[in-house]
Design a protein around this ligand. Structure first.
Ligand SMILES: [Zn+2]
Ligand SMILES: [Zn+2]
Length: 402
């Protein structure tokens, strides 16, 4: 990395600070739910156009987009920066995706300016607007549609409680479960019934017992969504929703089998029929942080004064993201940055934090760090090769059942 890149990126992002803040405020003020992010789509595509990117609006989906900048010199790596901008029902930008959009836009502007400044630098920058992270799996759809073909590395950052270059993001599979029993009068002829609520309760308790014997990083959680119709009817039909999460795909497969045993044994004990579906179509994969990319990111972040305290914590914050699926498709990073040390994502307090002026400095620092990471890869084809090799090793290891 030449110091010129460092100076150019920092100066450009600082110069645009006010405008970048306006963009994020604009998105924060009008929170939109998954696949309905029309205002954010308009704001962000206008911003990319303003900075001279070639922009494809409504890219495969109404609220997705793609911006591109190609160097004058042919060849080089293609690096993608991903933006998110969907909000949550009722509590608005409680996951701070307005800041993801802002930092991604900042990074894009920084990278483009450095590329323009050096005619010898070859590479391609792609900016993806990815809708519906909060459950809709926008990135999964984009992967299926081939959006990432030809891209060498992808990056985005996410606001959180901790700052971490390699956060813990788990593989998740959702299970829809139904028990069918037999209704009967609960007082007059209980022996004629088969109690589907007992099956659901037994399943819930089996899972609670199982939880004690699973690895600390795994998660199983669920609710009974239909528990019966009246106390004097033995419930003949109940429904549950379960989420199963693990740090790798291999571990998730193993855990899924154990949950299946909980489901089936509850059916067998109560004489009910269980029908269940582990929904593969919208399953978020664990985040496979590319270590080489994360190390570069950490070096630049630290140079800009960032403390990656979250990487040293034992009790890492764990969730799931559709960026996990991207990380199984091409080398990726998805670092966390702290905008509050008190509150966690998906709370009203986090919504406040993501709209507050206090979040601005770190959001822009993350944009600079992403830009410098991307430029380092573009300037060093041998690093890009190492990144690809690391990705292939990670993929193999991830499938091992533990
Ligand atoms: Zn979220
Ligand atoms: Zn989020």
């Amino acid at each position: 990395m030449s110091d010129t890149d460092f100076d150019i990126v920092c100066a450009k992002i600082d110069e645009e600070r006010e405008y970048l803040n306006t963009v994020s405020q604009d998105i924060w003020t009008k929170p939109e739910l998954q696949y309905k992010e029309f205002h954010a789509h308009a704001v962000l595509t206008a911003a990319l156009t303003k900075y001279g990117f070639s922009v494809e609006k409504h890219y495969f989906m109404p609220t997705a987009f793609k911006g591109e900048y190609v160097s004058k010199r042919a060849g080089g790596a293609t690096i993608a920066v991903l933006l998110e901008y969907d909000a949550l029902p009722e509590i608005g930008h409680a996951c701070g995706h307005n800041l993801i959009a802002e930092s991604g836009l900042a990074a894009a502007i920084g990278i483009k300016t450095a590329m323009e400044n050096d005619p010898k630098l070859a590479g391609k920058l792609v900016v993806f607007g990815t809708p519906a992270e909060e459950g809709g799996g926008g990135k999964i759809r984009l992967i299926e549609l081939g959006a990432f073909e030809g891209v060498d590395a992808a990056m985005m950052v996410h606001p959180a409680k901790n700052t971490a270059a390699s956060p813990n993001m788990l593989s998740i599979i959702r299970c829809h479960l139904e028990y069918k029993g037999k209704e009967a009068h609960a007082a007059a002829y209980p022996w004629e019934g088969k109690n589907a609520l007992d099956a659901a309760v037994a399943c819930y308790n089996n899972i609670s017992l199982l939880r004690q014997q699973i690895k600390p990083a795994c998660r199983i959680h669920g609710i009974i969504t239909k528990g019966g119709v009246a106390p004097n009817i033995i419930p003949g039909d109940t429904k549950m929703e379960l989420y199963v999460r693990a740090p790798t795909k291999g571990e998730l497969k193993g855990l899924q089998k154990r949950v299946e045993a909980c489901i089936k044994s509850a059916a067998s004990a109560t004489g009910c029929e269980a029908s269940f579906l582990f929904d593969e179509s919208n399953s978020y994969e664990n985040l496979m942080t590319n270590k080489i990319m994360a190390d570069i990111f950490t070096v630049y972040g630290e140079r800009l004064g960032v403390d990656f305290d979250g990487d040293r914590k034992m009790d890492k914050q764990a969730g799931s993201t559709d960026m996990g699926n991207v990380s199984h498709t091409l080398p990726s990073i998805h670092p966390f940055f702290s905008i509050t040390d008190k509150y966690t994502n998906h709370t009203k307090e986090f919504t406040e934090a993501s709209g507050s002026p206090n979040a601005q400095e770190i959001t822009l620092t993350m944009g600079k760090t992403m830009a410098l990471t991307a430029l380092k890869i573009m300037r060093n084809p041998e690093i890009q090769e190492e990144i690809t090799k690391q990705f292939q090793r990670d993929l193999e290891n991830d499938l091992k059942i533990d």
